[in-house]
Ligand binder design. Structure first.
Ligand SMILES: C[S@@+](CC[C@H](N)C(=O)[O-])C[C@H]1O[C@@H](n2cnc3c(N)ncnc32)[C@H](O)[C@@H]1O
Length: 338
């Protein structure tokens, strides 16, 4: 069996990432040796581990009887039969934290369920997503049912994102778009990220796309605190300037080669500011939700209204994810020429 040797201080992030990417042989046990964690990996995991600079060795492992996480949970829990059927089959990882949705009928058993899923998924903490968000700052309705902390670090596309899932949302459906932002060629550019959050787009742009300067604006003080921490974690404090406040108050105009508007639910009302921030020529990455049957006309109409006569082209429109019945989250790349 091939085993990735992960130093214990990196284990939280790396093991979660390998699990998330289905690179761990789940029928074999993860074990500890000296200061390292030994993770049984498949071929993709072996390659990925090597890319992360980890050693991969041949070694003996104890079997886990070829059990899926669901079967491990079923073995660990003894709930009434009609409750067992309600157990979730899906979950999300944010680093070392798994987030589940639980049927109301399972509420009395949450503590045992949390412990069983932590063991089966190999995470330290388990949270339950009660659905929806609350308050002006859109705090997710998430509770910790197992473990000490809901704060963790997610490694995605070579970027570290630290956050507390009880305080902030992490939209795993936006993964492709975060990767796309990191793959752009922004060499020498000035970029303004109007809705920076914890650095979802600002960091890949600064770290991988070669931007010279990124202004990352965020109005929620909790997100802003993580944004600053994440800039340091990723070593991009030198090229990203975090700005706390409402992006409509940014006292800059006509300076950005690229503007990122990564927010949904009325982003069209901020498009005028996106155009104002942009240099005479440049690109706006504009996100918002639209009715599927009104695309792309509705989006093009909003862009034309905000452009105020500036020459532009909606160069591409991509569906990021489904948002509600008949409504999707889209991102448009708008090129402005004058
Ligand atoms: C949650 S992020 C969007 C998700 C992200 N694009 C991803 O990949 O997961 C959007 C951020 O915009 C911030 N925001 C909303 N309105 C704002 C405004 N007027 N000025 C600055 N930041 C704002 C919110 O606080 C939030 O942190």
């Amino acid at each position: 069996m091939r085993l990735a040797v992960v130093p214990r201080e990196r284990a939280g992030v790396t093991v979660s990432e390998l699990l998330e990417r289905d690179m761990v042989v789940r029928s074999a046990k993860i074990s500890k040796r000296d200061g390292d964690v030994l993770v049984p990996v498949n071929a993709a995991g072996e390659e990925h581990a090597a890319n992360l600079g980890l050693t991969v060795v041949e070694g003996e492992v104890h079997g886990r009887k070829d059990e899926s996480p669901q079967r491990i949970v079923a073995r660990l829990l003894s709930l009434p039969e009609d409750r067992m059927r309600l157990l979730p089959m899906r979950w999300e990882f944010v680093g070392d934290v798994a987030v589940l949705r639980l049927d109301e009928g399972l509420r009395p058993y949450e503590a045992e369920i949390g412990e069983a899923y932590a063991k089966a998924l190999g995470v330290s903490s388990v949270c339950v997503d009660r659905g929806g968000v609350s308050g002006e700052l859109r705090r997710p309705r998430i509770d910790l049912i197992h473990g000490e902390s809901s704060e963790s670090i997610r490694l995605e596309n070579g970027v570290l994102y630290k956050l507390d899932v009880r305080e902030l949302m992490f939209a795993s459906g936006n993964n492709d778009e975060r990767a796309r932002m990191g793959s752009l060629d922004c060499g020498g550019e000035t970029v303004v990220d109007m809705f920076a959050g914890i650095g979802y787009f600002s960091i890949p742009i600064a770290k991988h796309a070669g931007a010279e300067r990124v202004y990352a604006c965020e109005k929620n003080p909790v997100s802003f605190r993580y944004l600053k921490e994440n800039l340091a974690l990723n070593g991009v404090e030198g090229s990203v300037t975090p700005v706390l406040g409402d992006n409509r108050d940014l006292p800059i105009a006509g300076l950005a080669d690229r503007v990122v508007m990564g927010y949904v639910g009325g982003t069209r009302d901020f498009l005028w500011k996106g155009f104002e921030l942009l240099a005479p020529e440049g690109t706006i990455h504009f996100h918002d939700t639209y009715r599927v049957n009104e695309m792309p006309r509705a989006l093009e109409r909003d862009v034309a209204l905000a452009a105020g006569g500036r020459e532009h082209e909606v160069a591409s429109v991509r569906e990021v994810k489904s948002y509600a019945p008949s409504v999707s989250h889209y991102v448009a790349d708008i090129r402005v020429y004058g």
